[in-house]
Design a protein around this ligand. Structure first.
Ligand code: BMA
Length: 320
């Protein structure tokens, strides 16, 4: 992937002062991304100096210069949950019909849960519910039904990371009729111990290409607990049976190399969460020469952009 020379494209100094919740914020990172009304829209994860998390929309005409909104996202209905939610973060967005679905990580007293919200206009946000009754993160919906069912990828948190919250080394597939009740469809992929992607989790939602679902994920090299290096890789999944891996990058396709990725609130992190193709054909397929805008959090401190094409990602999947 090629970094945009203007990176980081959003830093904490771009976030307007929106008291009392967001004043002189600490960081902005891990954005959801989607095309909305001819523009690119990001849902930014913003942290204040209380280390509280808020989501803030931002829009752009060129995909590089973003104008943050002055309206912090409030999820209607989330207050009805019978447990406390400390943080709502790392949004992933898909459009299905005229509805934008947002999958979310929720920090609770019982670990992390994946939540679902929807919006039609990025002004009103309705919280729909918790998708799984287990500790999990990095849930992404497929942007279209497959054989008349909804599908998602998610990462159960079963691994203890030294000094950290639970993480995981498996991405699983689940399907549903109604987006709320999910049936496990099995394991899709596992981390590769000793190599770049020991722990893994989904990045942005998958996109449909001629050859199958192309999916960017993140991998963590734990380096014997000395440091966690977050990188990005790519996998190709069968178009009809997405638990089948057709190809997977042997090496990472983006790793922390620039100072803004190596140094920050959490050092050595590139964490892709948003992907916007330049165009989609009339059958909903992203063709090989299509340019892709990939948005990622750098060092849990800023938002960056890298570009690539479907062809380049498919070539990376053929490496193994
Ligand atoms: C992961 C998530 C991300 C974060 C990353 C690096 O486990 O919590 O939100 O960007 O760690 O700190």
């Amino acid at each position: 992937m090629q970094r945009d020379p203007r990176n980081p494209i959003l830093t904490r100094s771009d976030i307007p002062s929106l008291g009392p919740d967001l004043i002189d914020v600490s960081s902005v990172f891990n954005p959801g991304a989607v095309r909305y009304r001819e523009q690119i829209l990001l849902l930014l994860r913003v942290q204040n100096r209380g280390r509280e998390t808020y989501l803030l929309p931002a829009v752009s005409n060129d995909g590089v210069n973003f104008e943050p909104s002055h309206d912090i996202v409030r999820f209607k209905g989330i207050e009805k949950l019978d447990f406390r939610v400390y943080h709502v973060y790392d949004p992933r967005i898909v459009r299905i019909g005229d509805v934008f679905y947002i999958t979310l990580a929720l920090d609770t007293d019982h670990g992390c849960r994946v939540g679902l919200a929807l919006t039609k206009d990025f002004r009103q946000f309705d919280f729909i519910g918790v998708m799984l009754d287990e500790d999990a993160r990095n849930a992404v919906l497929f942007p279209a039904k497959i054989n008349n069912r909804y599908y998602m990828l998610y990462r159960p948190n079963r691994a203890d990371v030294d000094g950290g919250v639970k993480s995981g080394s498996v991405i699983e597939l689940a399907s549903s009729d109604d987006l709320l009740h999910w049936r496990n469809e099995g394991k899709v992929m596992e981390g590769r111990f000793h190599y770049w992607d020991e722990l893994i989790g989904s990045g942005p939602p998958p996109i449909l290409t001629q050859r199958g679902w192309l999916h960017i994920y993140h991998g963590v090299a734990t380096h014997f607990a000395a440091s966690n290096i977050y990188q990005a890789g790519v996998v190709l999944l069968d178009p009809e049976q997405p638990q089948q891996v057709l190809g997977r990058s042997r090496c990472n396709i983006l790793e922390p190399r620039e100072l803004y990725e190596q140094v920050g609130q959490v050092s050595n992190v590139v964490f892709p969460t948003g992907l916007v193709p330049e165009r989609t054909n009339s059958e909903g397929i992203i063709e090989e020469d299509t340019k892709l805008f990939v948005y990622y959090g750098a060092a849990d401190s800023s938002v960056c952009l890298a570009t690539t094409t479907v062809r380049e990602l498919l070539e990376a999947c053929d490496e193994d």
